[in-house]
Design a protein around this ligand. Sequence first.
Ligand SMILES: [Zn+2]
Length: 97
Amino acid sequence: MLYRKKKHQPLCWHECGKRGTLLHLLWECPAVKTLWLDVISFLSESLDVNIPVGPNICLLGLKPENVVGRAAVQSWTLGCLATKRLILLNWKERKTD
Ligand SMILES: [Zn+2]
């Protein structure tokens, strides 16, 4: 029996037409960016601070300067972790290789 090797698809699985780099899949893709903007908006409103939007803060877990207090920092950290987990679980389910 002949097996055909699957063709490597470097494109984003959200079908946005862009190359599926790690940064694109975790941050830049419009589908993922919308989720991040919703999360940041919710956390900004909940913590009553204006949290800047950026991959260094959201993906790398750097604490925004204006988020102070243990409960606020924990909420911020938990929100970012939950969002990253959701993105990665979605990634794992879609990956077919
Ligand atoms: Zn994309």
